[in-house]
Design a protein around this ligand. Structure first.
Ligand SMILES: C[S@@+](CC[C@H](N)C(=O)[O-])C[C@H]1O[C@@H](n2cnc3c(N)ncnc32)[C@H](O)[C@@H]1O
Length: 219
């Protein structure tokens, strides 16, 4: 069955329509041909389906979707696209998927998994390594804050800290800003709103000029 005959879907949330304009700008800003994409955090498959229906329409284009706990409806919602091989699902944490991938093998990555600062930073660092030069990394929920959610996850004794420290540990923004700062010249910011869209400009490790330095420099 081809994508033109689209099966009905069943969703409880819509985190797709509100970002559709961003998605189009992000894919338009790819500086490499789109072949392998990745969505971290698949949930009900709504955005996964939108991606493949809009952007992964040519033979050989594949969206990998990763989630350790997808919702039950994910399976039906993505059945057709999975049958066609346009979505390949991996039931695992982002870290486990990312480290299994070759460096610079992904053209597009959508980061929408765990929103805890530490996890976002870890995903950014490893995902970046797996992103092709000219590829796009789109981060959702840059300004996400949810005290209630954090309180349910962690013991109260751990949460007694200043507002600034709390935000740095439990929310995504500081992780994204720190990453951008440290990776400096490798990162082009394509746009920034509630989401942040980054393009990989270069690989600093590949640009070490002096032979003597190359010997000392073993990342
Ligand atoms: C906000 S939802 C994703 C929404 C989806 N991207 C969409 O647009 O419809 C977050 C998802 O991330 C998943 N998740 C949480 N931690 C994760 C991790 N370490 N790796 C991958 N996915 C994770 C959750 O199970 C949840 O389904």
């Amino acid at each position: 069955m081809k994508m033109e005959q689209v099966l009905p879907a069943n969703y409880s949330e819509d985190w797709t329509s509100m970002h559709a304009a961003n998605f189009h700008v992000a894919f338009e800003n790819l500086h490499v041909p789109l072949q392998h994409g990745l969505e971290i955090g698949a949930f009900e498959g709504r955005t996964s389906r939108y991606f493949v229906e809009q952007f992964f329409r040519q033979d050989g284009q594949v969206l990998h979707a990763v989630d350790p706990h997808p919702k039950t409806v994910f399976w039906d919602n993505t059945l057709q696209a999975r049958d066609e091989g346009r979505i390949v699902f991996h039931q695992m944490k982002s870290y486990d998927f990312l480290i299994s991938q070759p460096d610079q093998s992904l053209d597009f990555i959508y980061l929408d998994g765990s929103h805890i600062g530490k996890h976002v930073l870890q995903d950014l660092v490893i995902a970046w390594r797996k992103l092709r030069i000219g590829g796009i990394l789109l981060i959702d929920d840059y300004h996400w804050k949810n005290h209630w959610y954090i309180e349910r996850l962690f013991p109260a004794s751990l949460l007694r800290m200043t507002e600034k420290k709390y935000a740095a540990t439990f929310y995504p923004k500081k992780a994204v800003d720190s990453f951008r700062k440290v990776y400096g010249p490798e990162v082009e910011t394509v746009f920034e709103n509630y989401q942040v869209c980054l393009r990989r400009f270069c690989d600093l490790d590949a640009l070490v000029v002096a032979e003597e330095q190359t010997k000392l420099f073993c990342p």
